[in-house]
Design a protein around this ligand. Structure first.
Ligand code: RBF
Length: 190
């Protein structure tokens, strides 16, 4: 297990100002304790084609993480959308399928000279939240919102890990929690 304490690992403990998330931890470190059995679970992964060098790397990370933790290749359904703005509707289509347990939405919206990225990012974050709440299924926000392409590559298999790995692990963990919460026999741990 890899655990991480934000406070004790911060190099800027005496600095009252917030530090960047990347200074606090490697973004792809996560605990793998008590993961659920996902052999029979089915996952939808929606991938935006904009900035495909980044989104393909994120997809690879998510796909391989699902396989590494027990998912079967035939239980992972991929769909492509033109851009991140389309992730919401495609995720809803996926989440509404009875045979899909969790959806991972993957995109990369790089900051430009105008505010388009803000509009897209907010719409996608809110839209995916709505899909999750409406369907009651985990819908994971695997969208990078970097200032430039290098920051994106750093988080898509580069020096800051792969956010696709994290998105897949988040889906797995949410399925575990869902089972725990809805299980009559198990008490939710505090
Ligand atoms: N989609 C992305 O996934 N990433 C981007 O960085 C991105 N930049 C865009 C910039 C502009 C000015 C526009 C108009 C669209 C951009 N899109 C981007 C596409 C967007 O998500 C969507 O596919 C289109 O707006 C069509 O609905």
């Amino acid at each position: 297990m890899i655990s991480c304490d934000y406070q004790s690992e911060s190099p800027n403990q005496r600095n009252p100002w917030p530090v960047m998330a990347t200074e606090l931890k490697n973004l792809s470190e996560f605990s793998t304790d008590n993961l659920p059995d996902i052999r029979e679970r089915r996952f939808g992964i929606v991938v935006a084609e904009w900035n495909s060098e980044v989104t393909e790397a994120l997809y690879e990370g998510a796909y391989n993480t699902l396989l590494n933790y027990g998912a079967q290749p035939g239980n992972i359904i991929r769909g492509n959308v033109p851009g991140s703005f389309e992730l919401t509707l495609a995720s809803q289509w996926m989440a509404r399928r009875d045979d899909i347990d969790a959806v991972i939405a993957i995109g990369c919206v790089i900051q430009g000279e105008t505010k388009h990225n803000d509009y897209i990012n907010h719409a996608v974050a809110q839209g995916l939240t709505n899909v999750a709440l409406q369907t009651g299924k985990p819908v994971i926000f695997g969208v990078l919102t970097p200032n430039n392409q290098q920051q994106a590559l750093d988080r898509a298999g580069g020096i800051h890990g792969n956010k696709g790995d994290e998105a897949a692990m988040t889906a797995i963990k949410m399925l575990g929690l869902q089972r725990q919460v809805y299980s009559k026999s198990e008490r939710v741990k505090e």
